[in-house]
Write a protein that binds this ligand. Structure first.
Ligand SMILES: C[S@@+](CC[C@H](N)C(=O)[O-])C[C@H]1O[C@@H](n2cnc3c(N)ncnc32)[C@H](O)[C@@H]1O
Length: 270
């Protein structure tokens, strides 16, 4: 589909990343693959996303009670395996420092709900702040992956578009969580100072740029005895290895000992 290729190329150009270092100088970078995705596959994904999103809107409008109970039949919604969720929860509950918990990149709030339930089970009072663009990756962050980190053009363009802060907030309220707030914001630009000391930060924004920028902004606001966890710290993961490279680079720059558990969670203790 030539139209899409043109749009994507324009997209990259519009954000003018020419000033950035050449791909070889970035960890984990590979020769640029500026071939667009298979055009038919891309079109199908785009249509699928739009249709699902419209159905969600309709469902929330027609029958919110049904939607807020999430799904009447079983499914496994989590983006982590059971053992990874166990590890994440263990780390989360290990934090004793006072302060808020923040999740950067909360998407539909599945892990949010899991961790909120863990707090509830233990009777721990902790404010939990969810941050997301609720619009997937920023064009600049995606363009960096394409242009500098050599990822296939377009692969990040239609991901995580089926989410909405209103739906998430309504679902969380319906579940009775009163210690949670939802912010539609870019985690790379958010002013974390307004949250007060951060005891736990879970950064799950997948790509090199937003992970690195979120770390830079969050670290100075961490409480003593706090914990940062960066998701997707796996150098072998084709789509999300940017998170690993941002984490390792950040650790090196700040003289922080790298600690990765489950080949996924990059841990920083503060
Ligand atoms: C893998 S999903 C998060 C999954 C969620 N933590 C969970 O466990 O269910 C990544 C999310 O990051 C969000 N995101 C991407 N770039 C972002 C940015 N710069 N600031 C905030 N959120 C961002 C996307 O919109 C998407 O919802």
């Amino acid at each position: 589909m030539p139209q899409m290729a043109t749009k994507l190329n324009l997209n990259v150009k519009a954000h003018s990343l020419d000033h950035l270092p050449k791909p070889e100088s970035y960890p984990g970078s590979r020769p640029a693959n500026n071939e667009p995705r298979n055009a038919l596959v891309a079109l199908k994904e785009r249509i699928r996303t739009r249709v699902i999103r419209s159905c969600y809107w309709l469902a929330y409008w027609l029958a919110p009670a049904v939607v807020y109970t999430r799904n009447p039949f079983v499914r496994y919604p989590y983006m982590s395996t059971p053992s990874e969720l166990v590890e994440l929860t263990k780390q989360f509950l290990s934090v004793r420092a006072p302060g808020v918990a923040v999740e950067v990149g909360c998407n539909q709030g599945w892990t949010t709900c899991f961790l909120l339930e863990a707090l509830r089970e233990r009777g721990i009072r902790r404010e939990y702040v969810c941050i997301d663009t609720f619009n997937g990756f920023s064009p600049e962050d995606a363009a960096f992956e394409y242009k500098v980190r050599g990822k296939t053009l377009g692969i990040y363009d239609d991901l995580f578009l089926i989410s909405d802060p209103v739906w998430l907030k309504a679902s969380l309220t319906r579940f009775g969580y009163q210690n949670v707030s939802v912010q539609k914001a870019d985690g790379s630009e958010f002013d974390y100072q307004v949250l007060g000391p951060i005891a736990f930060a879970y950064i799950d924004v997948d790509l090199y740029r937003p992970v690195k920028a979120s770390l830079e902004r969050i670290l100075p606001n961490m409480a003593a005895g706090g914990l940062i966890i960066v998701d997707d710290c796996d150098s072998n993961h084709d789509l999300w290895d940017g998170a690993f490279h941002a984490y390792t680079e950040f650790c090196d720059e700040h003289n922080i000992l790298q600690e990765i558990s489950c080949q996924k969670f990059g841990i920083i203790r503060t």
